[in-house]
Design a protein around this ligand. Structure first.
Ligand code: S3P
Length: 430
């Protein structure tokens, strides 16, 4: 479905966001393996997190829903009758594989066209080291059979001491999920710190876990028990509105109940460093996660560089930041971001294609790009290639364009934020 977005002159109002996607996945998975009942408030409304719940149901968990409230009756999982479907969700297939590798049954798990092209070798290697029997499928033109669908023959696993070869919270979480059921201690060492929602959630559910800097130790044998949890609003979804408000003169926007976990909130420091007027108000804690309100006002934005550990911390926000970078004074340089090439799409290529369609200059490298500042967005027909974050980032660019724009396969936004276009419509002043 194409969507048409006309220019706006400011962003104003109050926004409430859907629950955080990363946290919802973890609560959904752990709620299903924990003994007893888990009640989750503000569970993410996007398709990805529904895929996780459907998988857990297919594995025997009883799931009740009432809007964004989800109740899971968890415990022992059972053999699924059919192939599990992770849809578009890398988090679902990668984290759940860790659980499945340790169950006393065989399961198969697949994904949609985009997920079927995303690498799974990164989870297969550590899981095999733990004793897992897991096979992937081949992809045309690629030698190794390391793509979905995966066939996982559950085994007794043993803990390992694993150093992650890349910055990936999904791989870290997969190993920890498997470690929950393994014999002996599981240690994961990260090259840079990535989002720690799994560690926080595991502790909350009763796991015996210790974090020292970039080293996580999980002791075996703890019994997980059901919890009552509240999911904070998704800061990655907030990014699109933050960028829109910063881009447009006279904007003034309040975003309620946003997750401010320090492994995610580098975004705010980065934006403030570029000159953004963002105030954090009323910070509270819930289930070990920080939540607060954000007040953002139109600002003069300097340029910026994203590299090293910052790239990992901002990995999902880079499409929206690219849009901001083009309009900033000094432009934006991104390095160390080769992971962007294996997301729902090759996001470096998609950012390049769409910016060029809008008449914006960009130079790309294998692991990043440079966008000179002070550029104008011209009306264009853009492509999302069914990537939710590309669709939303360019809907925001369209607000700042010199005429109405079209975004192809715009419905992709619904995997993380089904209410996105409606919300944008409500806060865009024309
Ligand atoms: C996620 C981790 C990141 C991120 C993804 C969600 C998570 O992926 O891009 O949107 O919930 O753990 P990687 O682990 O592949 O970097």
């Amino acid at each position: 479905m194409d969507i048409s977005v006309s220019p706006a002159h400011s962003i104003e109002g109050i926004v409430k966001l859907p629950g955080d996607k990363s946290i919802s996945h973890r609560y959904g998975i752990l709620g299903a393996v924990a003994e007893g009942t888990t009640t989750i408030h503000n569970y993410a409304t996007g398709g990805d997190c529904q895929s996780t719940l459907r998988c857990m149901q297919a594995l025997g968990a009883r799931v009740e829903r009432d809007g964004s409230k989800v109740i899971i009756h968890g415990g022992k999982l059972s053999e699924p009758k059919e192939m599990l479907d992770a849809g578009n969700s890398g988090s679902t297939i990668r984290m759940l594989s860790g659980i499945l590798a340790a169950q006393p049954f065989t399961s198969r798990i697949m994904g949609d066209e985009s997920l079927s092209r995303r690498p799974m070798g990164r989870i297969m290697r550590p899981l095999r080291e733990m004793g897992a029997v897991i096979e992937g499928s081949a992809l045309e033109g690629k030698e190794e059979a390391q793509y979905p669908p995966l066939t996982i023959r559950g085994q007794k696993l043993h803990g390992i001491d694993y150093t992650l070869p890349m910055a990936s919270a999904q791989v870290k979480s997969c190993v920890l999920m498997a470690g929950l059921f393994a014999e002996g201690e599981t240690i994961v060492r990260e090259p840079v710190r990535t989002r720690d929602h799994t560690e926080i959630a595991l502790k909350g559910f009763g796991a015996d876990l210790e974090v020292q800097g970039k080293v996580i130790r999980l002791a075996p044998g703890a019994k997980l028990t059901g919890q009552e949890l509240m999911v904070p609003g998704d800061l990655s979804s907030a990014t699109f509105f933050l960028v829109a408000a910063l881009l447009m003169k006279e904007s003034n926007l309040l975003i309620h109940h946003v997750g401010l976990n320090p492994t995610r909130s580098a975004l705010l420091d980065f934006l403030v460093g570029m000159g953004a007027s963002i105030k954090v108000i009323d910070v509270q804690q819930s289930g070990g996660e920080l939540i607060g309100d954000l007040r953002v006002r139109a600002s003069k934005i300097k340029g910026g560089v994203i590299e090293g550990a910052l790239t990992a911390a901002l990995i999902d926000e880079i499409p929206a930041l690219a849009v901001l970078g083009a309009a900033s004074e000094g432009g934006l340089t991104v390095r160390d971001a080769s992971e962007l090439r294996v997301k729902e799409t090759d996001r470096i290529a998609m950012i390049e294609t769409n910016l060029k369609l809008m008449g914006v200059e960009i130079e790309t490298t294998p692991d990043g790009f440079h966008i000179p500042g002070g550029q104008k967005f011209h009306a264009a027909k853009m492509h999302s290639a069914a990537d939710h974050r590309i669709a939303m980032a360019f809907a925001v660019a369209a607000l700042a364009a010199d005429g109405p724009c079209t975004i192809g396969e715009a419905e992709a936004a619904s995997v993380s934020f089904p209410e996105f276009y409606q919300t944008l419509q409500e806060i865009a002043r024309r």
